[in-house]
Design a protein around this ligand. Structure first.
Ligand code: CAA
Length: 380
């Protein structure tokens, strides 16, 4: 077993760290406050290859492994988890899904610009009445000659306003239940395809989230991803990798909260010494550091298994379940260490808590991750 990163992985991590500190951090507080989408930052991340980090160079991607992606996600999310989720959805859910299951036509037309960071993707599975119960799709697509006509509503769509290309999951044969679900690539601007207003969220405020509405939206047959009836399996397989991305986002938040706590504890004085001299603070920092390390190892393990072409479903679910819990815990402890300063916007750590909470909800709630893990444990 080798715990060393390759030179390339270290180079990617350091590039992401440098970019996060110099280009993302300076505007993070303002963007959070005013819920502003980081369009310029995403453009630059695209130019650096991060928006298509795992896509093969054959399709204009950077051709890097999932471990490198995790390292980049951690560095970006440490500074701004909103940028983290935009990066994650584009890479894990949209690019990965298209590269693995899309036709040559879809890869040429849609994957290339997504991998170059010129276009942005979104993934539309959740609905007003189908969140965790994802097989319960109400959005319906009906065949009409060489087209499919989509009607329905999707909810909680990350990049919902800013994306150019949307992967949309819809029921195409109700009688076949989850085997009658199909995935489509829908372009922004298609007639009848509109979005709702931007959600006013607790955290990750700089990323945009909204509902999507489909009223007789005509999509050509060639925009079907994989094949008719494979949409649910497509969504599940794609989400397995997505969960590694969100686990990495959570690790980044947790590590960011720890770093801020260490920094503050060395400056703040109480009872005549820096608070880092007090065991009460030291114990908190030690507990946080162990949790961050464990979460990181679980996440890197899941990514390494994916890179090795081995099953990673259970490990990805474990990584997301644990890292998201650790993100919330570390954010809370960081606030506690900061005292009153932790409770005001100026010191940033309150944002870690607001951003951390969603990692226990999206791309499969913690309860769903437990179902996935338990099912794997109990398999014959
Ligand atoms: N990986 C691969 N295949 C899977 C899978 C997984 N994780 N989970 C289920 N499947 C497959 C099953 O093997 C089965 O395949 P067959 O066609 O061969 O039968 C099929 O999918 C149906 O599975 P189940 O019978 O297990 O379905 P279920 O209804 O009992 O449970 C579930 C499925 C695990 C609860 C699933 O619905 C689920 O994961 N729900 C959570 C959905 C989710 O994560 N939503 C996130 C929204 S996306 C998002 O948040 C993006 C964003 O913008 C940030």
């Amino acid at each position: 077993m080798n715990f060393e990163f390759t030179e390339e992985q270290i180079m990617i991590r350091d590039t992401a760290k440098d970019f996060a500190e110099t280009e993302i951090a300076p505007s993070a507080v303002e963007r959070d406050k005013n819920a502003v989408f980081p369009a310029e930052i995403i453009k630059k991340l695209g130019e650096l290859g991060f928006m298509g980090i795992m896509v093969s160079p054959e399709y204009d991607g950077a051709g890097q492994d999932a471990v490198s992606y995790v390292l980049a996600m951690i560095e970006v999310s440490k500074v701004d988890a909103s940028v983290g989720v935009i990066l994650s959805v584009n890479n894990s859910l949209v690019n990965y899904g298209l590269e693995k299951y899309g036709s040559d036509y879809l890869k040429e037309k849609y994957l290339r610009p997504l991998a170059r960071g010129e276009k942005l993707g979104a993934f539309a599975l959740s609905e007003p009445e189908a969140g965790s119960d994802a097989t319960h799709q109400q959005t319906y697509a009906e065949k009409d000659g060489d087209f499919w006509v989509i009607n329905g509503t999707k909810n909680w769509i990350t990049n919902g306003l800013s994306a150019d290309y949307y992967i949309v999951i819809a029921q195409t044969d109700k009688a076949k239940a989850h085997r009658g679900i199909t995935a489509f690539l829908v372009e922004k601007g298609t007639e009848g395809f509109t979005h709702g207003t931007k959600e006013d969220k607790l955290g990750i405020k700089s990323s945009d989230t909204c509902s999507l509405n489909f009223t007789n939206v005509k999509v050509p047959q060639e925009n079907i991803i994989w094949e008719v009836g494979k949409g649910f399996n497509f969504a599940m397989a794609t989400l397995n990798g997505g969960r590694i991305g969100i686990a990495a986002q959570a690790v980044g938040i947790a590590e960011g909260a720890l770093e801020k706590a260490i920094e503050y504890s060395k400056q703040r004085k109480a009872f005549g010494v820096e608070i880092s001299h007090h065991q009460a603070i030291q114990f908190k920092l030690a507990e946080m550091a162990v949790k961050v390390e464990a979460a990181k190892l679980l996440t890197i393990q899941a990514a390494a298994l994916k890179d090795a072409g081995k099953p990673y479903l259970k490990e990805a679910a474990m990584a997301k379940l644990y890292s998201s819990k650790v993100a919330v815990e570390c954010a809370l402890e960081s606030i506690q260490i900061h005292g009153g300063y932790g409770y005001v916007r100026e010191y940033i750590v309150e944002r870690f808590l607001r951003d951390a909470k969603i990692t226990e909800i999206y791309e499969g709630t913690s309860e769903i991750q437990k179902i996935v893990i338990a099912r794997e444990l109990l398999k014959d």
